[in-house]
Design a protein around this ligand. Structure first.
Ligand code: ACO
Length: 434
């Protein structure tokens, strides 16, 4: 048995005694005073490993990119509060901030915007690539495959210059890939990017314009998309970002790592939840808006139903991103004429849940996905594209973490251990004796 002496807040070590062995482990303090125990010597000294399914207690790295205090509902990129960034910044500036660590000067931002704007085109051969995929394919695996395929076009070795080009290409081409995945699914011609448009307006244009007529991007739509991208830009060691880091820890190519991140994001317990939220709200609307019945199902342990867009591994308080989006919902619906009914149901669900003992005791609050789907829908974004927009937004975060990992002096290939629970050694039985 291990006996542990947990130090007070000032301690800098933690002693662990196990059988006749003892190890003193250093405590590590973050800049916001959060404390972790560095267990790197644990196994060597005691033979023990740690077991933490879902990694709820495990810090995989030190990081200076994003700070979250889940109890207080705080989210900061490089020290800046998300609400302030959402109000005052734009997605390309946030991308620079996350990837390079500081807010850009005007000159830096102008040059960066210029670079990103001029790398939005896909190689023409990608038309045949898209053609090879079924029309009814979900756009997430289409995007994952296309981003992975970029590695076949840009094969130069990973020099600093090459890494910079890959970063620019990923940020620039992701909206093009996203829009192509949509156009492919509805059988419309791909729209080429327009260098006269800003990042988010260009995406909206590629999504909704056709070669047959002029299409003007509504400034409200452009701003709403930009805001959604900002709010999704990073969220420290979540499932997809950890995937990017883990794949990257083998020193795999950046495009391959991002492709893996997109795949991880697709799942309904992660980025795929925004699609599931709108499906849930529509189902409730079909059942005459009975939010209470749905809540009862979500609470029932014999029912697998979950209140989608609710709960978070880290936030045990209102997700600050959901707060910004809730405010934006009303504005977008009012101007775009979206469904008030879905917003009403969402607000009713939230009200019931936030006053219900089940949700209160488990600290389950709306997360970023709860209101984002309603906005996407009001903007005319098809439901199966919601998670693709999440992927577009998360791109700078994934890149920033990939870069930070590669430059970390403590860098090692990611390789967790396990507690083996299978059969102990046994002899092979010939097939006729089984
Ligand atoms: N509805 C009903 N009950 C829930 C919900 C929910 N949405 N979320 C958690 N719970 C319950 C669990 O059943 C569990 O109850 P128990 O203690 O009685 O067994 C308790 O709350 C803790 O839940 P866990 O699943 O252990 O929490 P975990 O941190 O592992 O999961 C997750 C977090 C996956 C986000 C979960 O809350 C969930 O499934 N939410 C719905 C899906 C969702 O919205 N995902 C998006 C997350 S945000 C993002 O990735 C961008």
């Amino acid at each position: 048995m291990a006996t542990q002496t947990m130090g007070d807040k000032q301690s800098s070590t933690l002693d662990i005694h196990y059988q006749d062995k003892q190890v003193t482990l250093p405590l590590v303090r973050g800049s916001e005073d959060e404390v972790g125990v560095d267990i790197q010597k644990l196994r060597q000294a005691t033979g023990l490993i740690t077991l933490d399914p879902g990694y709820g207690n495990t810090g995989s790295c030190k990081s200076s990119i994003t700070y979250i205090d889940g109890d207080q509902g705080i989210l900061r990129y490089r020290g800046y509060d998300i609400a302030e960034l959402a109000e005052r910044s734009n997605f390309l500036e946030i991308s620079w901030l996350l990837v390079f660590g500081e807010l850009p000067t005007k000159k830096q931002l102008d040059e960066f915007s210029h670079e990103v704007t001029r790398h939005t085109l896909l190689h023409e051969d990608f038309k045949r690539f898209f053609d090879a995929l079924p029309k009814d394919a979900h756009p997430m695996p289409v995007c994952a495959a296309t981003v992975g395929a970029l590695a076949t076009y840009y094969q130069e070795p990973d020099s600093e210059k090459q890494i910079h080009s890959s970063i620019v290409r990923l940020l620039a081409k992701m909206p093009t890939i996203a829009a192509c995945s949509y156009k492919h699914s509805i059988g419309q011609p791909f729209m080429y990017p327009r260098n006269s448009l800003g990042y988010s307006a260009n995406f909206v244009h590629m999504m909704f314009a056709t070669p047959c007529e002029e299409y003007h991007v509504d400034p409200l739509v452009e701003r709403a998309i930009d805001l959604l991208l900002i709010l999704h830009a990073d969220h420290e060691q979540n499932c997809s970002t950890s995937t990017v880091r883990l794949v990257g820890s083998s020193q795999a190519n950046l495009f391959a790592c991002i492709s893996a991140g997109i795949s991880a994001l697709w799942g309904p317990l992660h980025g795929g939840a925004n699609q599931k939220v709108i499906e849930m709200l529509e189902q409730i609307a079909r059942e005459e808006g009975n939010a209470d019945r749905f809540i009862a199902k979500a609470k029932d342990k014999n029912d697998t139903t979950r209140l989608m867009g609710f709960g978070h591994r880290v936030y045990k308080n209102y997700d600050p991103r959901a707060m910004v989006l809730k405010r934006m919902c009303g504005e977008v619906i009012q101007k775009m004429g979206g469904s008030n009914k879905l917003l009403d149901i969402a607000m009713r669900l939230e009200e019931v849940a936030l006053n219900d003992e089940y949700f209160i005791s488990r600290k389950l609050y709306p997360n970023v996905d709860f209101y984002s789907g309603i906005i996407y829908k009001a903007l005319g974004i098809p439901t199966n594209m919601f998670t693709v927009l999440f992927a577009m937004g998360r791109m700078p975060g994934w890149i920033a973490h990939w870069l930070e990992m590669r430059r970390d002096p403590d860098f090692r290939i990611g390789r967790p251990r396990q507690i083996y629970t299978g059969s102990t050694r046994r002899a092979y039985l010939p097939i006729e004796k089984r």
